[in-house]
Ligand binder design. Structure first.
Ligand SMILES: C[S@@+](CC[C@H](N)C(=O)[O-])C[C@H]1O[C@@H](n2cnc3c(N)ncnc32)[C@H](O)[C@@H]1O
Length: 274
C-alpha cells in the first residue's frame, strides 16, 4: 500500500491528523516529508503495525502510548501505561524553575524530583543545567524503569530512589520539584485519561491534597538552609497548597499562572531574597 492509501485507511477509523501523525512516526519522517511521499510504497511489516495501532487509537488509547513516546521540552521521552503522559503545563513548571535556579543558586546544586514518572521533569533539568546532581524518586518501580530508560536514551547520569515520598530519602536538597497526583478521588475526568493513565499518578486523596501534605511532612528534614520548592497544582488549589507550606519560617511563597491564565504553579523560597 502507498502512504496515501494508508492515510485513507486510517481516516476511516480516526481523525486524519492522528493517522498522519502515526504513519509519520512509524516511517520516521516529519509530517511535511510524509505528504511529499504520498505515492511511495510502504513496507508490509510497517503496514501491519500501522493497522494494529490505528485500531488501538480507535479504541481511545492515547496516541502517546500507541506511538510509545512524547516530546517534552524538546526531548523525546518514552512512555507506557505505567507513567503519566507528560503535559505541556509541566513544561512551564520546568521553565520557571530553571529561571529561578539560574537567578538564585550558585552551582553545584542538588535537585530531587518527587513522583518522577517518566522522568520528564528531573531529566530535563539535568539536561538543561550544568553542575546539578539530580535524583528521581517514585513509589512505582514500573515508573522508575521508564525513567531509567529515558535517562539512558538521553545519556544522563542521575540517581533513582524507589520510595513512598520521603521514606527512603537520606539526602538534603537545594531544589525540590514535584508534579504530584492532585485530582480529588471523586472528580470526574476525561474517559481517555481515566481509562488509560495510572490512577496512582492522577488521584491525590479525597481533597486532592494528600501528596502535598506528605511533601510538607518530611520536607524540612531533606532541604538545605536555603531552598526552593517548586510544585505543580490543580487550578483551584492555590490557597490550600499555600496554607500547607505557610507555617515554615523565613519562606516566601508565590503562585504563577500557566499560559491559559490558570493558577498552576507554587514556588516556596526559604532564605532567598526574591
Ligand atoms: C502526576 S504524576 C507526574 C509524573 C511526572 N513527574 C510528570 O510530571 O509527567 C505523579 C507521579 O507520582 C508518583 N507517586 C504517587 N504517589 C507517590 C508517593 N506516595 N510517593 C512517591 N511517588 C508517588 C506516581 O507514581 C506518578 O509517577
Amino acid at each position: 500500500m502507498t502512504i496515501e492509501e494508508l492515510i485513507c485507511y486510517g481516516k476511516k477509523y480516526v481523525h486524519k491528523t492522528q493517522a498522519e501523525m502515526l504513519l509519520a512516526t512509524l516511517l520516521n519522517v516529519n509530517s511535511l516529508e510524509l505528504l511529499l511521499k504520498l505515492d511511495e510504497q510502504v513496507d508490509s511489516k510497517i503496514v501491519a503495525d500501522y493497522k494494529k495501532k490505528i485500531m488501538l487509537l480507535q479504541e481511545n488509547k492515547p496516541i502517546q502510548y500507541v506511538i510509545g513516546n512524547v516530546n517534552f521540552y524538546g526531548n523525546i521521552f518514552e512512555v507506557n501505561e505505567n507513567v503519566l503522559i507528560p503535559r505541556f503545563e509541566t513544561e512551564e513548571l520546568v521553565e520557571n524553575t530553571i529561571k529561578f535556579i539560574n537567578k538564585y543558586f550558585p552551582y553545584p546544586i542538588d535537585i530531587i524530583d518527587l513522583g518522577t514518572g517518566s522522568g520528564a521533569i528531573g531529566l530535563t533539568l539535568k539536561k538543561k543545567l550544568n553542575q546539578v546532581n539530580v535524583t528521581l524518586l517514585d513509589i512505582s518501580k514500573e515508573a522508575l524503569n521508564v525513567a531509567k530508560k529515558n535517562a539512558e536514551n538521553l545519556q544522563l547520569k542521575v540517581q533513582f530512589i524507589e520510595s513512598d515520598m520521603w521514606q527512603n530519602v537520606t539526602g538534603k536538597y537545594d531544589v525540590i520539584i514535584s508534579n504530584p497526583p492532585y485530582i480529588r478521588n471523586d472528580e470526574k475526568i476525561e474517559d481517555i485519561v481515566y481509562d488509560n493513565e495510572p490512577h496512582l499518578a492522577l488521584f491525590g486523596g479525597d481533597d486532592g491534597l494528600s501528596l502535598y501534605r506528605q511533601i510538607r511532612i518530611g520536607l524540612l528534614n531533606h532541604v538545605k538552609d536555603k531552598f526552593l520548592l517548586a510544585l505543580e497544582i490543580g487550578d483551584e488549589q492555590k490557597e490550600d497548597v499555600i496554607k500547607i507550606f505557610s507555617d515554615i519560617e523565613n519562606v516566601q511563597i508565590i503562585c504563577k499562572k500557566d499560559l491559559s491564565r490558570r493558577d498552576r504553579m507554587i514556588f516556596v523560597f526559604r532564605n532567598i531574597d526574591i
